[in-house]
Write a protein of this length. Structure first.
Length: 154
C-alpha cells in the first residue's frame, strides 16, 4: 500500500467560489468523472432538491462557506473511482444547514462534517454507507465542532 505525499482536491464539475445568494434547485448531476458540485467560501448558497448519482467522487463538497443550505437532495452511487469521497462533505463552515437529504450506496461516509461552527445536520437519511472503506459512518464528525471555551473576560 502506498500513500501520496500530498493530498489532492478532486475537482467538481460545477464550482462556486466566493459567491453570495446563489440557488441551485431541481438539478441532476449524473455520470460525471469528478465531484458533482463544489462550494468554496462565499455566503448564502442553497442547494435544494437536486439528484447526484453515478459520480467518480463526492456529490456535494462545501468548504469555508457561511450560511450554506443543503436540503432535500438525493445522493447515491458516488465515489466510484475515488472511494474516500463522502456523499456530502462540509468543512470549515459557519452556520450551514444539512437537512432532509438522502445519501445511499457510497463507499465511505454518507455525510462528513469537518471543523465547523454552528453547522447543523438535521433529519438526513443515510443507508448503505461504508460499502468499501472502514472507520466512518452514516454521519461522521471530524475535527472541532463549535466554539471552544473562551479565555479571559466575560
Amino acid at each position: 500500500m502506498t500513500y501520496p505525499a500530498d493530498s489532492v482536491t478532486i475537482p467538481a464539475c460545477i464550482r462556486f467560489e466566493e459567491t453570495a445568494g446563489v440557488r441551485v434547485e431541481g438539478c441532476r448531476f449524473t455520470r460525471l468523472g469528478a465531484s458533482g458540485l463544489g462550494v468554496s467560501g462565499g455566503e448564502g448558497l442553497t442547494v435544494r432538491g437536486c439528484d447526484f448519482d453515478t459520480l467518480s467522487a463526492g456529490g456535494i463538497v462545501v468548504s469555508g462557506s457561511r450560511g450554506t443550505t443543503l436540503e432535500d437532495n438525493r445522493v447515491r452511487r458516488v465515489g466510484l473511482e475515488f472511494s474516500g469521497s463522502p456523499g456530502i462533505s462540509v468543512m470549515g463552515t459557519h452556520g450551514c444547514v444539512v437537512a432532509n437529504n438522502e445519501v445511499s450506496e457510497v463507499p465511505h461516509c454518507g455525510i462528513v462534517v469537518g471543523s465547523a461552527d454552528g453547522t447543523r445536520i438535521l433529519r438526513n437519511l443515510t443507508v448503505n454507507t461504508m460499502q468499501v472503506l472502514a472507520d466512518g459512518g452514516g454521519v461522521y464528525l471530524a475535527g472541532p465542532q463549535g466554539r471552544g471555551p473562551r479565555c479571559g473576560g466575560t
